[in-house]
Design a protein around this ligand. Structure first.
Ligand code: SIN
Length: 284
């Protein structure tokens, strides 16, 4: 197994492994690399749904997604799909999967079936590197804070006119179940990574609503400052997909952003998300 690090802040490319045939030692190396680098990229894999599920289950229990359309016969796998005639994509903004849950997801594993001729890349940001780059005084202030995250404004009924084309994003069946969007969770703004202990800035533009004890309006300036910082190119990596590519990311230490720059073409992937556990504040 060969690991290369195209960006110092986040992400590693792993070559020389077949995810369908991993011995325990190789799996442990992959698990360690996930904690260390935040996102892992594999090429030329052939994952039947059963293989994808078996690989994911080595990391923990699979979260059956409440909102995404499942792959037929495999409720553990969510479809990430954009058809040539659709305008909005899934995940087209910086976010962390499931930060609105009390026990946010550990990781997500995305496998590419159909990729547009160009475009459709995914960006990842490393929130450990972003936190490390802040001043000591600012870090100390953030360590004492908590933030509230929610699913309601993204997946709930009020999101119905959110689509850039003004259409109800539920109307084409790619996401559904708006009445299940009832999750609100408060987490520390700086968490200790459950596997590595590294300090991570844990707020994201998709799901964080406000700091605990602050209003949404009061929270906006500081949240936007943190977002602008974490979005700096030096904390990012950009992954270009091919059919058979797999990207997996640690939802505690990264954000991701699926670019929507391939109108008129199909993009179709399978995603599994693995359950995590409670998050604890970094001690500093
Ligand atoms: C997602 O947000 O899970 C989708 C990522 C992608 O399609 O690249």
């Amino acid at each position: 197994m060969e690991i290369t690090l195209p960006s110092p802040a986040v992400g590693a490319e792993i070559r020389g492994v077949d995810l369908c045939k991993l011995d325990d030692a190789t799996f442990k190396q992959i698990e360690r690399a996930l904690g260390e680098y935040g996102a892992l990229f594999f090429r030329d894999q052939k994952l039947a749904p059963e293989d994808h599920i078996a690989f994911a289950e080595r990391f923990g229990e699979i979260n059956v997604n409440r909102f995404f359309h499942p792959v037929e016969g495999h409720p553990q796998i969510a479809e990430v799909l954009k058809e040539p005639d659709q305008k909005d994509n899934i995940g087209g903004g910086w976010h962390t999967d499931h930060s609105y849950d009390d026990e946010p997801a550990r990781c997500s594993i995305l496998y590419a079936h159909v990729i547009p001729p160009s475009g459709g890349d995914t960006l990842y940001a490393g929130l450990a590197a972003a936190f490390d780059a802040l001043s000591d005084g600012f870090k100390d202030t953030l360590r004492g804070m908590r933030a509230v995250h929610s699913s309601r404004h993204v997946f709930g009924r009020k999101a119905a006119t959110r689509g850039t084309d003004g259409l109800d994003p539920y109307s084409d069946g790619r996401i559904g179940n708006p009445d299940a969007a009832t999750q609100d969770a408060a987490h520390p703004v700086v968490i200790a990574h459950p596997d590595t202990g590294r300090e991570i800035l844990y707020v994201n533009p998709g799901f964080t609503r406000h700091f605990e004890g602050w209003t949404i309006e009061e929270s906006k300036p500081l949240l936007h400052q943190l977002y602008a910082h974490a979005m700096k190119p030096e904390f990012q990596i950009r992954f270009h997909w091919e059919p058979g590519s797999v990207a997996m990311w640690d939802n505690r230490s990264t954000w991701h952003y699926a670019l929507n720059d391939y109108h008129g073409h199909r993009r179709y992937l399978h995603r599994i998300t693995v359950e995590g556990g409670p998050l604890r504040a970094a001690a500093g």
